[in-house]
Each structure stands twice: as C-alpha cells, then as structure tokens.
Design a protein around this ligand. Structure first.
Ligand code: UDP
Ligand code: MG
Length: 344
C-alpha cells in the first residue's frame, strides 16, 4: 500500500480503535522486533497491543512487563497462570481488548505486520472478516504445508466457506463477528467458517510469510487429526446445533425402517417357504437396527434439551443481526429522556 493510500485509510478509520492480539508462548527473542514492527505500521491509527503470556517458560514475561511499563498507552498485558494454548490466549485477548476491530497475529514474526493495512482496507471496504493467505509458506512441506492444504480444502468443502488458508493466524475481524461464539479447544481456525455460517462477509488476501528466526514451532503433524475432529464438531454445530434431532432422529428413522424391511423380508420367507426365522442372520440384524434407531432418536431428544439449555442459559438468539433500522431501544431512550429532563 503506498503512502497516500495509507494516509487516507488512517483518516477514514480515525474513529475506530484497533486491537492487535498477540498470543505469546516462549517467544522472548521475537517480542521486541514484533513490538517495533507493529508500532512502525500502526502509528497514525488508534491502536492497542494486547499481549497474552500463555504460561511461557522463558523470559517472555520479563520482556512483556518492561514493554507494558514503558508504553502503557498502547500495551495491554494479560498473564496466564499456566499454558492454556493458543485458542485460549486468543479468547482472553478478545475479552480484554476494547477495539472495534481485532487483528490477530502470531508472536513469532512469521506473519508480517506490514500486511495489516491491507487487511484494514478490506474491513473498511465492508468485510466483517479478512483472512491472511500465506501464498508462499515457509514451513516444512511434508509435515506442515501439505497436511494444511488438504485440511483447507476439506474445511472449505464441508463448511462452504472457501478459504485457502484457515490456519493463518493473521486475520482481521470486526468485533461483532467474534462476540457471538466462545472459542474452545483449538477451534480458532474455524472462526471464518462459523462467521460465514451466520452471514458475515468473509474474504482473504495474500500475505507474506517468513521462516521462524527464534524459538521453535509448537505444533506438528498430530494437529491434522485434531483439525479433522474439530471439523466434525464445527460442521455439526453449524448445521445441526439448533436442531440436533434432525441428525439423530433422521439416522434413527432410517435405521428402524431398514429393520422393518429386513423383518418383513424374513417374515415373508417364513410364511411363503417355511424358512426358519432364527437361522437367518437378518432377524438379529433387524433387532439390532431397531434398537440402534430407538437409541438414536432418544439421543436426539436429549440433544434437543441440551441445545435449549445452551441457547437460553446465555440468552443467545438463534439468529445474528447485521443492523436494525428504526428500532427504538426502549431502555436507553427513556434513560436519556430522564437525564435530559433532570438536567433542566
Ligand atoms: N502459542 C501460544 N500458546 C501455545 C502455543 C503457541 O500462545 O500453547 C502462540 C505462539 O507463541 C505463537 C502462536 O501461538 O505466537 C503460534 O504458534 P506457533 O508459531 O508455534 O504455531 P505455527 O506458526 O507453527 O502454526
Ligand atoms: Mg509460527
């Protein structure tokens, strides 16, 4: 982005607060360079840098404390009691930040802070979520890049939100799209899929990627399996979270139907040809399928109860609103009027 475009963007976004969220786990040598690079890019915007020390075992916390002391205007520090993982760190970052726009970035300098203005430009264009796409990724091919490509393809197909790089941490979000859901386990990579499923406008732009200079990567091949399991969970939540009985009950009904068909078949053979019922494996199969079907419908009913508890305990609506027009916010309206009348 050239200088005049950047100036224009700063001007256009002057009312919006940016929160850059940085999860930190054993990154002592990376923090300072990252901090400086972020400052260089963001000076001119209204911004805060939220560092979450995720139970680092090195001197990361010392470096962070020093930064927080020297630059209280921009640095927010959240220090976990122990290591809870990157997703938890990101969730804490969201909770403790105050920006209208949230930018996630890794602490390891593999992402390039210089890409942030491009992300912001897309947000300013009207997108709710802008994902980085590490076009030339600098990680080992066999254990990192290849599994990641397959995972991205699979997630895109299954969730219908097509992105090349779900795993890239460098992303920008409008706060509203993050407020709807809680982050569990290692689910942060699925935020775009979730957001897309509730109607957020999601896009991606190519970003730089550098090899790690200091410290070591925290994940390996085993992550692929976790991603697969998470994908099943996410797909279930997106498609059936509000109506689990359709999935369980649907399976149950099919199972019971097959059991009736097979029972009818052996019953017919018995009556027509005097064939023994008990010598056919189909009798056992019918009974099994019937029981499985019944169980499945029962599980569906329990899941329905759980879904109600889930939505209603947090008074979470079953919909997501982009904006409303001409809706009187009754509480605030009358408060304002009261205030005005007491003022004089
Ligand atoms: N991270 C964290 N907690 C952890 C593991 C990692 O906060 O338990 C942070 C880490 O410091 C980095 C980011 O998450 O800022 C991504 O970690 P890493 O670079 O190891 O992941 P990769 O780039 O290999 O996906
Ligand atoms: Mg990394």
């Amino acid at each position: 982005m050239d200088n005049s475009a950047l100036k224009e963007l700063m001007q256009a976004m002057r009312d919006q607060m940016l929160s850059v969220i940085v999860p930190v786990y054993n990154e002592k040598d990376n923090i300072l360079p990252l901090y400086e690079a972020l400052h260089a890019v963001l000076d001119g915007f209204r911004f805060e840098l939220v560092f979450i020390n995720d139970g680092s075992k090195d001197e990361s916390i010392k470096v962070l404390e020093k930064l927080a002391e020297e630059d209280p205007e921009h640095v927010v520090l959240v220090d976990f009691r122990r290591n809870y993982g990157q997703t938890a760190a990101m969730a804490a970052g969201i909770d403790y930040s105050s920006g209208d726009i949230i930018i996630m970035i890794d602490a390891d300098m593999q992402n390039d802070p210089a890409d942030i203005p491009e992300l912001l430009a897309k947000i300013h264009e009207g997108y709710d979520l802008v994902s980085g796409w590490r076009v030339s990724r600098k990680d080992t091919f066999l254990t990192r890049t290849l599994p990641s490509r397959m995972a991205n393809w699979l997630i895109s197909v299954v969730t219908g939100v097509r992105l090349h790089d779900y795993g890239c941490s460098l992303k920008a979000y409008r706060r509203e799209v993050l407020e709807g859901f809680r982050l569990y386990g290692e689910m942060h990579r699925f935020i775009p899929a979730y957001a897309g499923s509730v109607g957020a406008r999601v896009t991606e732009i190519p970003v730089n990627h550098h090899p790690r200079l200091y410290g070591k990567a925290n994940y390996g091949l085993e992550r692929t399996f976790k991603v697969l399991l998470d994908l099943i969970t996410v797909k279930f939540l997106i498609s059936y979270g509000g109506k689990p009985i359709y999935l369980f009950g649907g399976f149950g009904i099919i199972s019971i139907l097959i059991s009736f068909i097979s029972l009818g078949y052996i019953g017919f053979r018995k009556l027509a040809y005097e064939e023994s019922l008990v010598r056919s494996p189909l009798l056992l199969m019918s009974v099994m399928l019937f029981m499985i079907g019944l169980q499945s419908i029962m599980s569906g009913l329990i899941a329905e109860l759980l879904a109600r508890t889930y939505y209603e305990s947090q008074s979470k609506p079953a919909y997501s609103v982009r904006r409303v027009v001409n809706v009187q916010q009754k509480g605030t309206q009358s408060e304002l009027e009261q205030h005005l009348s007491t003022e004089g």
